[in-house]
Design a protein around this ligand. Sequence first.
Ligand code: NAP
Length: 312
Amino acid sequence: MSINIFFAAGPALWPDYREPLARACREAGLDVTVSDSAPDPSAVDYIVFAPGGVIEDFGPYANAKAVLNLWAGVEKIAPNPTLTQPLCRMVDPAMTEGMVEYVTGHVMRHHLGMDAHILGQDGIWRNDVMPPIARERRVTVLGLGELGAAAARMLAALRFQVSGWSRTQKDIPDVDCLSGEAGLAEALRRAEILVTLLPNTKATENILDAERLALMPEGAFIVNPGRGSLIDDEALLAALDAGRIAHATLDVFREEPLPPAHSYWAHPRVTVTPHIAAETRPASASRVVAENIRRGEAREPFLHLVDRTQGY
Ligand code: NAP
């Protein structure tokens, strides 16, 4: 009997995934039926989901062996009390590539001071500056998971002095890995450029508050493609107004889309990008989903299982 996959990630994504998902399952040697509807919830074997998807109550899908999320962040689904099935988040190699490119591009912009040349095309030949080099610049990455570790590795390959911070201690070549409260303070003190790639959990809410922002070097830069909840917005705006933080490049916000009247839009020291740092790609993400279904059928451990107690 074929395996029943319910694509519950919403009608907007269905056209993008319909073919790639069926193909990836075939290539994984799975006999599946993939549908965007489930007239009999008790017959569903796997649920493919995304925030804004079509299930609120997972109770009727009690026979489903796993819920496979298409997003890396799971803050909108992990707290759902009706979800008792194993929850896997998305680790998509193409999404990781995209995030590494976003982080590298925005770090390089701030490191090289590109704006001075891009915005200052006024006929004045300003060559009295020593161009910076990466090995003289200290960059900190908060969060050393799939995305943070990949970004930290790339920055280290460019020869930045990279520090990283995570909940559990990591060991990444050419990255000075820190953990714990004291490790966070040290990581922030070093952060001439700070990249935040932590998930949205109770423990990371407002992790960059006024006190912690004050630990960063004068004139530091922030690049946040993690989650809006990591930053105390009022504290950041105050630090930007004072010039203590030179610029913040923000991809994620507490409210998305960021309301047109929000102070971030008009702030001269803020760059808003509309949650485009890294996107899940249907072809590669479908292969990840198919591999997890193969594992479920073979009774092997799922990849990228969410720890519901930690919230990520
Ligand atoms: P991940 O693999 O789960 O990594 C999360 C990292 O954060 C881990 O290193 C983890 O520490 C650390 N961490 C979590 N809670 C912590 C705490 N309380 N204190 C210190 N460190 C903590 O996640 P990921 O795949 O790298 O993704 C990270 C986040 O990026 C996602 O949750 C999502 O919010 C965001 N994201 C944004 C976009 C975008 O387009 N803007 C796209 C994808 C993802 P341990 O290693 O010790 O567990």
